[in-house]
Design a protein around this ligand. Structure first.
Ligand code: UDX
Length: 440
């Protein structure tokens, strides 16, 4: 396979890097290009642009083996490639629509490349339906454009790349996409050829459905609190139904991160623009916006008043396994606490710099953050659950722990003499309440 032509990847963010490493693992040679020369410089030295388990080792291994090269010049990176994968950002605008200008400029730049043969440009960025057709029109004189959505999660992106449930390709004719599909032959996964618009819809509707499951789980949890139910048991019982499934039914502070909210807003924008129903989309965004407020209200109820209070916060990343704080609801909660007059002491195992409000500071250990009046858990880092509650019971002045991710063991926390509240776990009374339903 080493004699085969390199695959070019434009954009070295989470998606682009996962494609590069994943394809190199599958035996292909890859050329990476990024508009940021500084990022390319660092990548050449083997320094990854973000944190993900295993990425540093993989990057260095493939660089050393000569399977991976980075370029400051797009023409040099792309001219010999038949497949060019484009994975650049499509951020949300104020009105919820997706900003696809970075994609458009990549197509304009690719138009200047002296390709050795007719290329297939594969768009992997998440885009609203109709975008790839418009890009294909721009490129009609020099290449084919297809849409191949990614379903990668931050923190496990390379693993997800190599273990996809399906390979979706939106194209005008399957012939234009066979070169791309061949890259994945070894994985032996189902390949679905659709129109470009259908493939675009598969991506944003998949994300919307996952986000819907989370918003549903959060509403169930709130209902549990109101009806003396136990969210852990209720959601577990629901998830056992194979038609529903147990994944993405974890209640918490709401979904954050760069994808879900952006994608749902972009779908809502498209539905509004085309005059079709968007009630569910709007409702799940409202549920998600309300959830952080619920957590703050819970805290306020337990400690009396937020003004002048000092709150310890565990977790700032939008989820465990990443240092990404883009659209992190934890950050939004910290900002809201500050607006309400509380100061915060924040610890996250991966986040070392963050735009925190004035009366908030980042510290370097969980126990240091727990020297406060109350403790809030906002990211589902498993290491938080491993800390002995007796170690922080002594330093929490008001003895209150609000577990916004349901990751702590309520019995352990309560038996250290602390007042524990989770999401949909009711008021914790360890003596007469079984922790989770047992399955025999
Ligand atoms: C998501 C999609 O999962 C992925 O397929 C797509 O390609 C990109 O967007 P990502 O944003 O990396 O991936 O993270 P994900 O693991 O999906 O979590 C998103 C948010 O939902 C996080 O804030 C997470 O904490 C939250 N979440 C997830 C829950 O609150 N409950 C759950 O059950 C699952």
């Amino acid at each position: 396979m080493s004699s085969s032509r390199a695959v070019c990847i434009v954009g070295t963010g989470y998606v682009g890097m996962a494609c590069m490493i994943g394809l190199a693992e599958l035996g292909w040679r890859v050329h990476g290009y990024d508009i940021s020369a500084e990022r390319v410089e660092r990548l050449k030295l083997g320094i990854p642009p973000y944190r993900e388990p295993g990425i540093l080792e993989a990057l260095r291994e493939h660089l050393d083996a000569g399977k991976m090269h980075f370029f400051e010049d797009l023409d040099a990176a792309a001219r010999d490639a038949q497949i060019v994968i484009v994975a650049v950002g499509t951020p949300s605008r104020e009105d919820g629509s997706a900003d696809i200008s970075a994609l458009q400029s990549v197509i304009h730049e690719l138009a200047k490349v002296k390709f050795a043969s007719w290329p297939t440009i594969v768009i992997r960025s998440t885009v609203p339906p109709g975008t790839t057709d418009a890009l294909a029109h721009l490129a009609r004189d020099w290449g084919d454009v297809v849409y191949a959505p990614e379903f990668l999660r931050e923190g496990t992106a390379v693993r997800d790349f190599l273990d996809p449930d399906r390979v979706v390709v939106g194209c005008e004719t399957p012939a234009s996409a066979v070169g791309y599909v061949r890259l994945f032959e070894r994985l032996q996964r189902p390949v679905l050829f659709t129109s470009r618009s259908s493939a675009e819809l598969i991506k944003c509707c998949s994300n919307a459905f996952l986000a819907l499951k989370i918003s549903f789980a959060n509403e169930v949890a709130n209902l549990c609190d109101a009806c003396d139910g136990m969210a852990d048991d209720v959601l577990r019982g629901i998830g056992y139904d194979q038609r529903i499934g147990s994944q993405f039914l974890r209640p918490g502070i709401g979904f954050g991160g760069p994808c879900f909210e952006k994608d749902v807003k972009s779908m809502e924008f498209v539905a509004r623009e085309r005059g079709v129903g968007r009630e569910l989309l709007s409702a799940m965004l409202r549920v998600n916006d309300a959830q952080p407020k619920k957590i703050i209200d819970l805290l306020e109820n337990e400690i009396g008043a937020l003004a002048e209070a000092k709150i310890g916060v565990w977790g700032l990343a939008f989820k465990a396994g990443t240092d990404d704080i883009r659209n992190s609801l934890a950050l939004i909660i910290v900002e809201e606490l500050s607006r309400r007059g509380a100061s915060t002491v924040v610890f996250d195992p991966a986040v070392h710099v963050a735009p925190l409000p004035r009366d908030s500071r980042l510290v370097t250990s969980a126990l240091e953050a727990a020297k406060a009046d109350a403790l809030l858990v906002l990211t589902e880092w498993p290491e938080f659950a491993r800390i002995d509650p007796n170690l922080y019971a002594a330093t929490l002045n008001l003895g209150v722990v609000i577990d916004g991710r349901n990751i702590l063991d309520p019995d352990r926390v309560a038996s250290a003499g602390l007042n524990y509240r989770g999401v949909g776990r009711g008021v914790w009374a360890p003596v007469d309440r079984p922790r989770v339903a047992s399955v025999v």
